[in-house]
Design a protein around this ligand. Structure first.
Ligand SMILES: NC(=O)c1ccc[n+]([C@@H]2O[C@H](COP(=O)([O-])OP(=O)(O)OC[C@H]3O[C@@H](n4cnc5c(N)ncnc54)[C@H](OP(=O)(O)O)[C@@H]3O)[C@@H](O)[C@H]2O)c1
Length: 309
């Protein structure tokens, strides 16, 4: 090798060594820390089955105290027992039927009074029907998917906001879907002939629209709210009930959801598609007028207000 090339190589090595010496070791080598839920209290709605159940088990494995929720007490207790036997984290089951707003409000009051600090709320409970099935309504007379999948989440985020704020830094994860479709504000309860086939889609986009609308105010109190699509057609009771073949496993959905729940940084109001930042197919969540309409409607239907402070 020529002397001049050796000199160039030596100079380069000196520059690299000097740069490394001045870089803080942690910055150069360590990836940003994952959110840990060890010792934290989390609520996963609809965790007696499917995706919610898997997420509840994963959070307990991370050391969390998990509030397991659903209607079915036997399945709820089975999840609590599984967590207890695994020996990591802890759990308790609280039942509530989200097809009644009174039951959702009472459920929120129970959680609020027994959980001074709530570190994570996963709004996951959901139902899905096809347009071939009859239109169904809640105890309050609301289209059932809108009631269970969306209005219950509205009540929980707003009523549990003080408990989430008390945690200092907390998260709300709204399990929505890529299949979300725009709300027709002239027929939200889908009473027009044939309209109820859009029930699942509108309930899922409503979750995203709520997330975009509320996230900035919640963020001011240290509560990061996101919405997500976990995975497409997982092998769950919901998908089997639709009579459709599964295309993904619950484990895939769980991993996407847990990846975000534990991610070091999230975009408040963001929509995440299978673990990565994404976009909804319908742009309604980005429409300020639609957001304002949904907020006003949700307050009217539930009697639970959103304080935009
Ligand atoms: N499966 C998919 O491919 C897929 C794709 C995109 C998004 N998602 C979303 O992921 C979430 C979970 O879906 P999944 O497929 O895991 O469904 P799943 O297996 O059918 O589980 C649904 C959960 O919701 C609870 N639930 C249902 N109706 C309820 C009610 N009236 N009140 C209270 N809890 C109720 C169920 O508990 P009980 O029976 O004990 O009440 C169960 O724990 C849903 O929000 C769904 O929209 C699923």
């Amino acid at each position: 090798m020529k002397l001049s090339r050796i000199r160039t190589h030596l100079a380069l090595l000196v520059v690299i060594a000097a740069t490394l010496a001045f870089l803080p070791a942690a910055q150069a080598l360590t990836p940003p820390a994952q959110h840990s839920y060890a010792g934290k209290t989390v609520l996963v709605t609809g965790s007696t089955d499917g995706l919610g159940r898997e997420v509840a088990l994963a959070l307990a494995a991370d050391g969390a105290h998990v509030i397991v929720h659903g209607r079915n007490a036997e399945r709820g207790q089975a999840v609590v027992d599984e967590i207890t036997q695994a020996g990591k984290g802890s759990a308790r089951f609280v039942a509530a039927d989200f097809a009644s707003l009174q039951a959702v409000r009472e459920f929120a009051d129970t959680i609020a009074s027994t959980t001074p600090k709530l570190d994570l709320l996963v709004n996951n409970a959901g139902v899905a029907f096809t347009g071939d099935q009859p239109r169904r309504t809640s105890a309050d007379g609301h289209e059932l998917q809108f009631a269970v999948n969306y209005l219950a989440g509205w009540v929980l985020v707003n009523k549990l906001r003080p408990n989430l704020a008390a945690a200092g830094s907390s998260r709300i994860v709204n399990v929505a879907s890529l299949s979300g479709s725009a709300i027709d504000f002239d027929d939200v309860m889908l009473e027009k002939p044939g309209a109820h086939g859009r029930g699942y889609g509108q309930s899922k986009l409503a979750q995203v629209t709520m997330t975009v609308a509320l996230a900035p105010a919640f963020q001011k109190q240290g509560i990061t709210m996101i919405a997500l699509h976990p995975a497409t057609m997982m092998d769950t009771t919901m998908v089997r009930g639709l009579g459709m073949p599964a295309r993904t496993t619950v484990a895939e959905g769980r991993d996407h959801v847990m990846g975000l729940i534990k991610a070091p940084g999230l975009t408040p109001g963001g929509f995440y598609l299978q673990g990565a930042p994404g976009a909804t197919r319908d742009p309604q969540p980005q429409d300020p007028q639609a957001r304002a309409k949904l907020v006003a409607l949700s307050e009217k239907l539930t009697g639970v207000a959103f304080t935009p402070r």
